[in-house]
Design a protein around this ligand. Structure first.
Ligand code: GDG
Length: 734
């Protein structure tokens, strides 16, 4: 059975180093809990940074041994890497940009280099552990490049990726100098998971716009491989929060913690006293100043609540070395001071402010005592605190005010939703929460509790793993037609034994990568060498069959020993001869169609018209991808009406719409070629659907090979042009 390898920046354990030596403690974080059944109980290993830097080799060994007891493996990082990869690229570039704080994002080549280096270190550590067909689950923004590095080094692995923070709009991603590399890095995975549909949608849009790959709903096709994109909103360990809250609630008052007794005293000191709670890391994404402004606005608008209501604000120190975080701390300190100074009395502090973290027990006490949770991040991947608050409300008395910018807002529709930038509206939400009837708040909480209980952290992890396993099944379904080593060797034998052979080869996407700009796709040295070697054998007739115009083909291959068929079969050039029109056909129809295409060019920036002898082609490779697809649909509809009864047909290829004279296609051209060139081995390779004509028309015994994973009448498939070159190279050798 294959093993699971989990990779995240930090391990789910903490190493403590003091004068007495080293100890290890497991952390109770959500991720560790969710993956427990796969990690602790299953066949798995967790790879990550242990959070300490060993000073000696012995110390490193000791840490490694301690981690092994927890089925963890360290990736050791030195201070420089931590500073550039973690504090730098992860937290000063990606974190602000992905949370829409573009103005804070630093673009620094040294950070980037370290980020690449650490992703490589993780890949090496994984590869050292990975046996054939193992499964890898990579987590979060610190490791965006890891899936692709693994894919290249170990194509046998099944790779899943989950992003815990938002994936922003393309408009933000496009700012990054390394945008293509980052998006491509993720695409090494078989499955990429996000918290919400919006993040998935943004990712797909970036893939289309930056890399031009075809996307079919939630599947991206790359070189014959499929990458699945899906939504898995992360849950919490509901049962754990609920059971602790029940335990705390049933404790006699005198046995409660000091903190809990303080809260009780506060609430009982006056009738109608209410507590509002907020908990977050002190981070600029959390909207803490906006929240304080809203609370102040509320106190101004509703003086009747003064001395009645306090905001307990627990802010956990975070990234304290970074300037923006220090500025934020100062801003929050001043705001809290101002509010307390202006509104506070001898008996009442409007804001009760903690700048520290608290033990889990106290956290639950706060959750279960607070009448209202006020969680107003400006951006948040999910926000687990919202779910934890709900799970801890065992008496179902409480109201959640939640920012619509948090991923959790998508699932928690019964909460009072606010735009955290709208201060009066947030103040109004506080008022609404305080006056909400018990029956209304109980109904809302019950509904939300049921939902987060059902889709808890265990369900989240198992849904992701099930989807990841499904990608394996889907791949193996496809393997039925894969050109396997056994079939390859059979074809190689036939090839070497054949007295005469004809090889029909498509060009773009088959022998060469499919480029957004067709001009960039000229043949490279490696390709010329390969084709020359194939054509050098007198027993082989090498025929390049393409939709390309004959001028381009002439420029690239005019003096070669290859037969050329251009413009989907309209023109033929045999070795050493000139171009011949295959059959004289009418072209007067172009006059009517050209103006229509021109109007599409005007309305679709980036698109262009190509005129061939027998056809007119509208290319939209360089247009906005979504607009291009939409316009192509419109165009096909308009043209279909115009060409009725004119012996014309419409071909829809890869980002092209071609209007051409009927009966001319790669298939008829190939069959005609075979009349005069009988052979005992025929082979055809192509990636586009125009190559389907070729596959269909060739005799039954021909070896037809599709390049890519789309449906085809071809017998076999190869994944991409690189595999084609390797395969053709093996024929030369054989
Ligand atoms: C990422 C994304 C996404 C907080 N203070 C204390 C304490 N906590 C615990 C909470 C909660 C966790 O920390 C915070 O969870 P969040 O979801 O709010 O945010 P992150 O974990 O920082 O970050 C986020 C998440 O990943 C999961 O995908 O939701 O959007 O940014 O569990 O309980 N725990 C204790 N004392 C504290 O003072 N014991």
């Amino acid at each position: 059975m294959s093993k699971l390898i989990i990779a995240s920046n930090r391990l789910p354990v903490m190493i403590n180093k003091d004068d007495d030596g080293m100890t290890i403690k497991s952390s109770a974080g959500g991720l560790a809990t969710g993956l427990k059944s796969y990690h602790k109980e299953g066949n798995s290993v967790w790879i990550g940074w242990p959070g300490v830097m060993p000073e000696t080799k012995e110390e490193a060994k000791e840490i490694t041994q301690l981690l092994e007891t927890q089925k963890c493996l360290p990736v050791f990082l030195n201070e420089e890497l931590i500073s550039n990869y973690y504090d730098g690229f992860s937290n000063a570039t990606l974190w602000p940009l992905f949370h829409y704080f573009a103005e804070f994002a630093e673009f620094n080549e040294t950070y980037w280099q370290s980020y690449c280096q650490v992703n490589e270190l993780f890949a090496n550590a994984i590869i050292e552990q990975a046996e054939e067909n193992d499964i890898v689950w990579v987590h979060d923004y610190q490791l965006l490049l890891l899936p692709q590095i693994l894919r290249e080094k170990r194509p046998d692995l099944t790779i899943g990726f989950f992003l815990h923070i938002p994936f922003p709009s393309y408009e933000l991603i496009r700012i990054l100098p390394w945008r293509e590399k980052l998006v491509d890095g993720l695409l090494g995975a078989d499955l990429i998971g996000f918290h919400t549909y919006d993040y998935a949608r943004h990712f797909i849009s970036s893939v289309k716009r930056l890399l031009g790959y075809d996307v079919d709903f939630n599947q991206i096709k790359i070189d014959g491989r499929q990458v699945f994109i899906d939504v898995f909103p992360m849950g919490i360990d509901f049962e754990k929060f609920e059971s602790h809250a029940l335990k705390i609630q049933s404790k006699p008052v005198q046995e409660r913690s000091k903190e809990h007794q303080d809260i009780d005293r506060f609430l009982l000191s006056m009738p109608n006293r209410k507590l509002i709670l907020s908990i977050d890391r002190l981070d600029y994404t959390k909207g803490i100043p906006q929240r304080l402004h809203a609370f102040r606005h509320f106190l101004e608008e509703h003086p009747e609540y003064r001395e009645q209501v306090s905001l307990i604000m627990l802010t956990v120190p975070s990234r304290t070395d970074v300037e923006q975080y220090q500025n934020l701390k100062n801003e929050v300190d001043v705001l809290v001071g101002n509010i307390n100074g202006e509104f506070g009395t001898l008996n009442w502090n409007p804001v009760i402010y903690f700048y520290r973290s608290v033990p889990f027990e106290n956290l639950i006490e706060l959750y279960s005592s607070a009448d209202v949770a006020l969680l107003t991040p400006l951006r948040d991947g999910m926000n687990l605190v919202a779910k934890e608050y709900l799970a801890s409300k065992v008496n179902r008395k409480g109201v959640l005010i939640l920012s619509e910018m948090a991923g959790a807002a998508k699932e928690l529709g019964e909460a009072i939703s606010v735009n955290p930038n709208n201060i009066p509206d947030t103040a109004d939400a506080i008022y609404k929460a305080l006056v909400m009837s018990d029956s209304e708040s109980e109904k809302a909480i019950t509904t939300m509790q049921q939902r987060i209980k059902r889709y808890d952290i265990h369900k989240w992890a198992s849904e992701f793993m099930t989807a990841l396993h499904k990608t394996i099944e889907q791949r193996s379904e496809h393997h039925a037609r894969k050109l396997t080593a056994r079939i390859k060797s059979k074809i190689q034998t036939e090839f070497s034994e054949a007295k005469s052979r004809v090889l029909f080869l498509d060009y773009d996407g088959t022998l060469q990568r499919f480029y957004a700009n067709p001009q960039s796709a000229s043949p490279d040295e490696e390709l010329y060498n390969l084709l020359d070697k194939l054509a050098a054998d007198n027993k082989t007739k090498l025929v390049l069959v393409s939709g390309r115009d004959r001028e381009t083909f002439d420029r690239w291959f005019g003096n070669k020993k290859y037969t050329l068929i251009a413009e989907h079969g309209a023109w033929l050039k045999e070795v050493g001869k000139g171009w011949v029109e295959r059959k004289p056909v009418h072209t007067e129809w172009k006059e009517n169609i050209l103006p229509v295409l021109e109007s599409y060019v005007d309305r679709t920036p980036g698109s262009l018209i190509e005129e061939k002898t027998y056809s007119l082609v509208w290319h939209y490779r360089k247009a906005d991808i979504e607009l291009g697809v939409l316009r192509a649909l419109e165009l096909v509809h308009d043209i279909s009406n115009l060409i009725f009864n004119q012996d014309l047909e419409i071909l829809e290829g890869k980002k092209v719409v071609e209007i051409k004279v009927s009966g001319i296609n790669k298939g008829t051209a190939a069959t005609e070629f075979l009349y005069g060139n009988s052979s005992d081995l025929i082979m055809a390779l192509g990636d586009d659907w125009t190559d389907e004509f070729l596959f269909k028309e060739l005799p039954e015994q021909a070896h037809t090979i599709k390049v890519g994973s789309e449906n085809s009448v071809a017998k076999y498939y190869l994944n991409n042009y690189k595999e084609v070159r390797t395969f053709l190279g093996s024929l030369v050798k054989s």
